[in-house]
Design a protein around this ligand. Structure first.
Ligand SMILES: *Cc1c(COP(=O)(O)O)cnc(C)c1O
Length: 220
């Protein structure tokens, strides 16, 4: 029995079904396996099963884990999905192929500098605080136009938007709003949907879903 391969096939199947119901092509959707808290021995079976995109929420944890795994498998694509401190921007740009958590002016400036210095250009998503929640990370919806303009002025190309809807209420209206905001700003990518709601997100336009628990089991 290969549990990792089975879980991966199941999630891929659900994504494909949701895509077809929305008249979308399944291959328009990138599945990011969120491997935070899981070690190399838990990650390797998924890589063997064909998974290539992985997500981490902390720079420090990813720096400890991924360089060795990448030496084994150079075609792995790494996504940073957690809050990024400006003083870790250079480290993040060096390690990650995509950063989903651009959410404030100081970070835009730090990332612009880091890209300049390293010559690397990770794919960038602006994280939007889509439910305007007090404690949550992400750019307030009202500040999005200004932050996007600032990124452009700083020479950063923003590829899309990312959001984590408020917990414990129906996420669909928030996914629809993120899709609309992305369309309004002519951004092609939408990073939305986690283990509990990725099918809904796919039906509402997600191009990237971030799935941890459904692939790895519960975290400690
Ligand atoms: C942990 C995490 C996920 C994955 O959550 P699951 O419910 O385990 O699928 C997705 N996105 C972000 C930003 C996360 O921090």
């Amino acid at each position: 029995m290969n549990e990792a391969a089975d879980r991966l096939a199941e999630v891929q199947g659900h994504i494909a079904d949701a895509a077809r119901r929305a008249r979308r092509r399944p291959d328009e959707i990138c599945l990011i396996a969120v491997s935070k808290t899981h070690d190399a021995d838990a990650i390797r079976p998924l890589i063997v099963a064909g998974q290539r995109h992985f997500g981490e929420n902390r720079v420090q944890e990813a720096t400890a884990k991924w360089p060795a795994l990448r030496a084994e498998l150079p075609d792995v694509v790494l996504h940073l999905i957690g809050r990024l401190q400006s003083n870790k921007a250079e480290e993040a740009v060096a390690l990650f192929d995509a950063i989903h958590s651009v959410d404030r002016s100081s970070l835009v400036q730090a990332l612009a500098k880091a890209c300049e210095k390293t010559g690397k250009r990770p794919q960038l998503f602006v994280q939007v605080n889509i439910g305007n929640e007090e404690q949550k990370g992400g750019c307030p919806v009202a500040d999005l136009p200004a932050l996007l303009a600032e990124a452009t002025a700083a020479g950063l190309q923003i590829a899309g938007l990312m959001a984590i809807p408020p917990a414990d209420i129906e996420p669909a209206p928030f996914f629809a709003l993120l899709d609309e905001l992305a369309a309004r700003h002519a951004l092609p990518l939408r990073s939305m949907g986690m283990s509990g709601d990725y099918e809904t997100a796919v039906m509402l336009g997600a191009t990237h879903v971030r799935v941890g628990t459904a692939l790895f089991g519960a975290r400690d």
